[in-house]
Design a protein around this ligand. Structure first.
Ligand code: 86X
Length: 572
């Protein structure tokens, strides 16, 4: 069943619903008699014919066909995104709400993120391991605080075949309770520390907020790092090193700008000591999004799980622990930030194909041109560039241009008979459509330079738009009206949880009132309430060009003395 939200977005979870031929064939399979099956097969044929005719009719509009994007990013962002992930062949919908198929185009991106992050944590001294998918109820609930508030999201296996299990087992929503009992066995002496393990895996959280591919799914892929140290100082240092590595994944690979900071008491991981975060932003809908978190757990878990070590000083000590995670959500944020009305826009560092070569065929010269395109691809591939020559003979160049634009390939090279004669190649950038002619001899260097430049441009464009979306506010009256301009808000804050709870309620109410007054009845709008995204680090505030907290400043929301600058926003 499609969720209400999916239905609202017009998403067809039923694969056959959009395809009369497949629907008829499926019906045929279900019919009992051969006669019925024959009848259905005939109907399926007729339906297929009609569908083909309908498809042909919709392509009559110049340049447009059902394969391309049909919704503009600014008109209906939710619809745009759903179309994007399907039409760019990143996602296939599945018949369980909140679960999605990651197709090769998006899985290749996860592979790239994996390789980038994995090699860097290994150089830092982290090792990979794999722990079981399942956890007993007794273990899962060892750390009560940490489970509290999450219990409703845990998925349980209760049967094997028709037989009830003696004890139901949970599917991991995160692996603290699975890993830490083993840590307690492995850690005895200060010589066993630090213990720094990482796991690449899937996890399941049966959420009831409406799902969005990559951004919020019930099963997702991630890495979870779990480390233990003898001293808090070492743990603190790692928290920030990992946070900076997360920043690098987003900014240097995905070209998505993020803001580093500390989570408030209300928003931190309840089981830990403090949580650091990187926060992203989607300018089109004005929503902030948590991009990754790096937690210092303090000694909370080591006390709970008895992870103790002999310090060599004649005393036993509890280990200082961290945990940190990055998920496939990162791919969704990248797609939302860079995508446009033609489809996906990929920064070169995450693109499964960085350069697409489209041969422009001319009657009688086909084999020559294909040969030249294949050789060009080989030269680029030898230089370490991810390149493909699209030599399909059943698609014309215009169709191929649209197809690879929709998939977001950063650079297109066209090669026609005249180029071959002149010793040139024509290049077009996906990010801005800029064209340039390269010489065939200098093409490898020119492409390398172009890809570097596109990577930088993509980030700069996103950074400028993100920076323009941060506004400073000092009094409550300006808060919701500013958020309504699709911004994040930086404000002096008392840093008290009751005040944050109050802001959530008041901003929600005020948003609704303002919407009603404006006659807005947009049911797609998510909750209008705001929360703290983070307390940005001092360097971040400076980098963004804001003044640090002034002495004697008052909290924007409750008029108490402010003791921090907080970044607020409506968020995913
Ligand atoms: C919090 C904390 C932490 C390791 C990370 O953020 C990085 C990687 N874990 C995860 N969290 C839960 O602890 C949790 C627990 C249950 Cl039982 C659940 F159903 C959902 C959860 N969601 C998040």
């Amino acid at each position: 069943m499609a969720s209400a939200a999916e239905a609202m977005l017009g998403l067809q979870v039923d694969a056959t619903a959009d395809d009369p031929a497949a629907a008829a064939a499926e019906k045929a399979a279900k019919r009992k008699t051969a006669k019925d099956a024959k009848k259905a097969a005939k109907a399926a044929k007729a339906a297929a014919k009609a569908a083909a005719k309908a498809a042909a009719q919709t392509t009559t509009k110049k340049g447009a066909n059902r394969d391309g994007m049909e919704t503009s990013k600014n008109d209906d962002f939710g619809q745009w995104y759903s179309q994007l992930v399907v039409k760019a062949e990143m996602i296939e919908f599945y018949d369980i709400s909140g679960c999605y198929i990651l197709r090769p185009w998006s899985y290749a991106m996860w592979d790239t993120i994996h390789d980038y992050f994995d090699s860097r944590i290994k150089s830092m001294g982290v090792q990979n391991a794999y722990f079981p998918l399942f956890v007993t109820e007794k273990r899962l609930t060892t750390e009560e605080d940490h489970i509290e508030g999450f219990a409703a999201e845990v998925a349980w296996v209760t049967k094997s075949g028709q037989t009830e299990l003696e004890e139901p087992i949970a599917v991991r929503p995160t692996s603290e309770t699975i890993m830490y009992p083993a840590y307690a066995k492995w850690i005895r002496s200060h010589r066993d520390l630090p213990l720094r393990l990482n796991q690449w895996s899937n996890v399941v959280r049966w959420e009831f907020k409406y799902p969005t591919p990559f951004i919020r799914s019930r099963e997702f892929l991630w890495q979870e790092g779990h480390t233990a140290f003898a001293t808090k100082r070492e743990a603190d240092k790692e928290v920030l090193e990992i946070l900076d590595l997360y920043r690098s994944v987003y900014e240097d690979v995905l070209a998505v700008p993020v803001i580093k900071g500390m989570k408030s008491e209300k928003e931190k991981f309840a089981g830990g000591l403090y949580t650091t975060t990187i926060e992203g932003f989607i300018p089109t809908n004005g929503r902030a999004i948590q991009a990754a978190t790096s937690h210092c757990l303090g000694q909370n878990f080591s006390k709970m799980f008895k992870i103790e070590f002999d310090g060599g000083d004649g005393a036993m000590h509890y280990a200082w622990q961290n945990s940190w995670g990055l998920t496939t959500r990162s791919i969704g944020v990248m797609a939302m930030v860079h995508g446009d009305d033609k489809g996906l826009v990929l920064p070169p560092k995450i693109a499964p194909i960085q350069v697409i070569i489209v041969p422009i065929l001319k009657k009688g010269k086909e084999s020559n041109i294909i040969k030249a395109a294949t050789q060009l691809a080989k030269d680029l591939q030898d230089a370490g560039i991810k390149v493909k020559a699209d030599t399909r003979d059943d698609k014309n160049p215009g169709w191929k241009f649209n197809y690879w634009e929709l998939k977001g390939v950063p650079l297109r090279l066209e090669l026609g008979p005249r180029d071959i004669e002149a010793g040139t190649v024509m290049a077009t950038r996906r990010i801005d459509g800029d064209k340039e002619t390269y010489t065939r001899n200098g093409v490898v260097d020119a492409v390398k330079k172009a890809l570097d430049d596109i990577q930088k441009c993509t980030f700069e464009k996103a950074r400028i738009e993100r920076d323009a979306s941060i506004k400073s506010v000092t009094k409550w009256e300006d808060f919701v009206p500013t958020l309504d301009q699709r911004t994040m808000v930086l404000a002096p804050w008392c840093n008290e949880t009751p005040c944050e709870e109050d802001v959530k309620v008041r901003s929600g109410e005020e948003s609704q009132r303002r919407q009603e007054e404006a006659g807005e009845t947009d049911i797609r709008a998510l909750s209008g309430s705001a929360k703290t995204l983070c307390l940005p680090f001092r360097e971040e505030v400076e980098r963004l060009g804001f003044k640090e907290l002034e002495k004697g400043a008052k909290c924007f929301a409750c008029d108490c003395t402010a003791n921090a600058l907080a970044l607020w926003g409506r968020s995913y």
